[in-house]
Design a binder for this molecule. Structure first.
Ligand SMILES: Nc1ncnc2c1ncn2[C@@H]1O[C@H](COP(=O)(O)OP(=O)(O)OP(=O)(O)O)[C@@H](O)[C@H]1O
Length: 305
């Protein structure tokens, strides 16, 4: 019988290299506690999934430890849920919205102690056309802003001066000035709703924030078996840029004909063109998305602050 062990996935690029540093500390604690593990320094979702699948066949896996940001955590929830493997997340990203939602500890010593205690809770997951995620599936202008902020030349430049936090507002202004709204029809829990002719963004939240604490779905809870949907539509560019968007991301519930809040267990978005959707930081391009809420689909090891 193979020895019981953990699969550890470390993303060396999360949080500008924080992951490896945290892993060294976790490694020391695991050695002291005589806990067996195998480690992958991952560079893509695919290698992480293959790593877990392979260990499932050859070892007696007790769970998956992720040391990385929201993208790394999101990349293994599909395989973890498929094999019913508990997951522990040590946040090492730049945004860490998953950690924020579950009040996860950032301290490696506390983390390993609670990993060993192995108290777990079941959490809901989002499922976008078969791809699972923990936090928010967001399509439209906010997805474009996130992509622009992450891949812009000014992010790396600003990071050098410790001003990386400015990348998002710069990308927001830039994108809001050029983005063309799309026409969208929605089917919510099997029922077709009216068309939104001028949609700026639609965000379906299992948890409340993305982008490092931007509260776009303030009511979302990861154990209530519904997703909370925020739609910004039919606003003028100037009103969205200066009035609605900043308030929306602060988590203020906005009473405005241009902002709609819905809840659903499943929805289909049909856009009049291909749009960008981001799920846990990962981009998906399509004109149709079916998003479901998979209740209690993941076992999370509680490693709280
Ligand atoms: N297993 C993995 N899953 C997803 N992305 C990975 C993985 N390993 C490496 N990467 C790459 O690392 C990048 C950053 O990963 P991640 O999202 O975890 O960190 P971050 O962007 O610093 O933090 P956050 O998402 O919390 O803001 C991803 O965009 C991807 O290119």
């Amino acid at each position: 019988m193979p020895r019981v062990m953990y699969a550890i996935i470390v993303n060396p690029s999360s949080g500008r290299g924080k992951g490896v540093q945290l892993f060294r500390q976790v490694e020391q604690e695991l050695c002291i506690a005589n806990i067996a593990y195998r480690t992958l320094l991952s560079d893509t979702k695919e290698t992480s999934v293959l790593f877990v699948e392979k260990l499932m066949k050859t070892e007696n896996l007790k769970g998956i430890v992720v040391i990385g940001g929201d993208g790394t955590a999101g990349s293994i929830v599909g395989v973890a849920s498929r094999w019913n493997l508990p997951v522990a997340i040590l946040p090492a990203g730049s945004g860490n919205d998953t950690a924020r939602a579950f009040n996860l500890t950032h301290d490696p010593t506390k983390f390993v102690k609670q990993l060993i205690e192995a108290h777990t809770r079941k959490i809901d997951l989002l499922n976008v056309d078969g791809q699972k995620g923990i936090t928010i599936a967001a399509a439209g202008v906010d997805a474009e802003i996130g992509e622009k902020a992450n891949h812009s030349f000014y992010k790396s430049l600003l990071n050098k001066f410790g001003l990386g936090g400015l990348a998002y507002p710069i990308a927001a202004i830039h994108t809001l000035l050029v983005f063309t709204p799309f026409e969208m029809t929605l089917t919510i829990d099997g029922e077709s709703l009216m068309a939104w002719p001028c949609t700026w963004l639609i965000a379906a939240g299992n948890t409340s924030s993305y982008g490092g604490g931007l509260q776009v779905c303030p009511q979302a809870l990861p154990n209530d078996q519904i997703m909370n949907i925020t739609i910004a539509h039919s606003a003028s560019r100037l009103s969205l840029l200066f009035r609605l968007f900043p308030r929306l991301l602060q988590g203020n519930a906005i009473v405005s004909p241009s902002i709609s809040y819905l809840t659903a267990k499943a929805m289909t978005i049909r856009a009049d063109r291909s749009v960008l959707l981001i799920l846990d930081g990962e981009p998906i391009h399509s004109s149709t998305f079916t998003i479901q809420l998979n209740p209690e689909a993941l076992t999370l090891i509680q490693t709280i602050e």
